[in-house]
Design a protein around this ligand. Sequence first.
Ligand SMILES: NC(=O)c1ccc[n+]([C@@H]2O[C@H](COP(=O)([O-])OP(=O)(O)OC[C@H]3O[C@@H](n4cnc5c(N)ncnc54)[C@H](OP(=O)(O)O)[C@@H]3O)[C@@H](O)[C@H]2O)c1
Length: 262
Amino acid sequence: MRPKDVCILTGATGGIGQEIAQLFDKKGFELILHGRNELKLETLQKSLKGNHHIICGDLNDAEVRRVLIDEAFIDREHQPTMLINNAGISQFKGIDEVNVNDIESLIATNLIATIDFTRLFVSHVKQGSTIVNVGSAFGAIGYPGYSLYCASKFGLRGFTEALIRELANSEHRVCYFAPRATNTSINSKSVQQMNTELGNKSDSPEFVAQELLKLINSKSVRKTVGWPEKLFARINGILPEIVDKSIVKQTKEILTFARGEQ
Ligand SMILES: NC(=O)c1ccc[n+]([C@@H]2O[C@H](COP(=O)([O-])OP(=O)(O)OC[C@H]3O[C@@H](n4cnc5c(N)ncnc54)[C@H](OP(=O)(O)O)[C@@H]3O)[C@@H](O)[C@H]2O)c1
């Protein structure tokens, strides 16, 4: 544990973000909490014991991203040394139901904003840093109804892996963290129903926050949460045909949930 770390946490007002904030507060981190809703951010800030800060704005706007990073670094007694790119959105729709706005907003939020925010962060950090990109089990396993989300998280995994290797000889440590389904409001009622019906396991956001801290405190740079997702992700990387067979058996049923027909 490195309690002196000043950590920028994006999506701090979300289900997983709030739990990361609570846990990191207890562990002595100084947090720069990011979200889009000032009121939610202030409520979160007040619920924490430490002296934390707020930055507020939409990550889909390039100029806002630049201002947010400036705000995170300017006039700080201790400069940020950690970035957790946790903000994200999801969509559960068949490809025949998505429109061009769905495609653009999902890729913009989960991929473009995260890549650019990381770039800006790295350009501001004078010494070493830790960067954690929050991906997903769906960043390694393609799943029906999640084609856009999978595209964004596969992309994020590729970006992170390249950066892990590119910055290996620098003072930056880059990590990829992949939760499986987690009980937060990012998952619609149909997703929750589908997970229950198909026996897909779901974690609490508290548990996910603890797993993320374990990754930070370890020597690893990758962590997938949950079993059998960990194994599935590995098999999918080597023999995707095997995973095709097991998922395709459920495709019809999955798509009835995606279309809200259940
Ligand atoms: N929950 C799961 O099942 C699950 C599984 C695997 C991976 N993940 C990943 O975990 C991360 C957190 O998810 P969550 O479950 O905590 O979701 P959540 O409760 O919906 O929270 C998402 C957070 O991202 C922020 N956000 C979304 N779009 C933004 C934008 N354009 N600009 C700035 N902030 C934005 C939201 O801010 P507002 O409060 O302003 O909306 C919120 O703070 C995501 O990257 C997600 O893909 C989640």
